[in-house]
Write a protein of this length. Structure first.
Lengths: 113, 115
């Protein structure tokens, strides 16, 4: 399975944008990039996913590098409720057969008021 | 919209006892999953199910048994609990057939402590 690398932790101020990076230099051409987050004492929740083009939804934006070796999750205005562990996950053909998600350590985002 | 629920939310048991963790989803999703989350290991897949009466092993299945007689329920049983099974257990479901674009929806988790 292709691996992802994320910083262990990041800090942000409330109401400021947050850019969460993810490196995936061994990504294959058919891997989708997914982001999930896990709020304290809760199960993970889906945030966004993309293949090549940048993606936007109500929660966040996903910016994917042209060579697809890195991506950035963008929270446009961080709130205290966005404090969570953010996971960048690649969905490849193998994991797609079982549907399993391969979670790394993720980035712990702290949001300061 | 109840979504996906797990019970109990917290459980303390003793080594050697049988424990069953329940998972129920109201969406009629085909796929269901059980993960465990431990410090230093992230979330790891225990078992998954593609449909009623179809189950298969994940990464860490030893010591666990699952069944799926109804689409909406996916119980996980620890036949003889061990201390190494102390963990937080998450159930998840997915509507589609585990493709690269499907979304998984997770329950709130069950914190299990084995003494």
């Amino acid at each position: 399975d292709a691996k992802t690398t994320q910083p262990n932790s990041m800090e942000s101020n409330e109401e400021e944008p947050v850019h969460l990076p993810c490196n995936h230099s061994t990504i294959s051409g058919t891997d989708y990039i997914h982001w999930y987050r896990q709020l304290p004492s809760q199960g993970p929740e889906y945030v966004i996913h993309g293949l090549t083009s940048n993606v936007n939804n109500r929660m966040a934006s996903l910016a994917i590098a042209e060579d697809r070796k890195s991506s950035t999750l963008i929270l446009h205005r961080a709130t205290l409720r966005d404090a969570a562990v953010y996971y960048c996950i690649l969905r490849d053909t193998f994991s797609g057969n079982t549907g399993k998600l391969i979670f790394g350590q993720g980035t712990t985002l702290q949001v300061k008021p | 919209d109840a979504g996906i629920t797990q019970s109990p939310r917290y459980k303390i048991t003793e080594t050697g006892r049988q424990v069953t963790l329940m998972c129920h989803q109201t969406w009629s999703h085909s796929y269901m999953f059980w993960y465990r989350q431990d410090l230093g290991h992230g979330l790891r897949l225990i078992y998954y199910s593609a449909a009623a009466d179809i189950t298969d092993k994940g990464e860490v299945p030893d010591g666990y048994v699952v069944s799926r007689s109804k689409t909406e329920n996916f119980p996980l049983t620890l036949e003889s609990a061990t201390r190494s099974q102390t963990s937080v257990y998450f159930c998840a479901s997915s509507a589609t057939s585990g493709t690269r674009t499907d979304t998984q929806y997770f329950g709130p988790g069950t914190r299990l402590t084995v003494l």
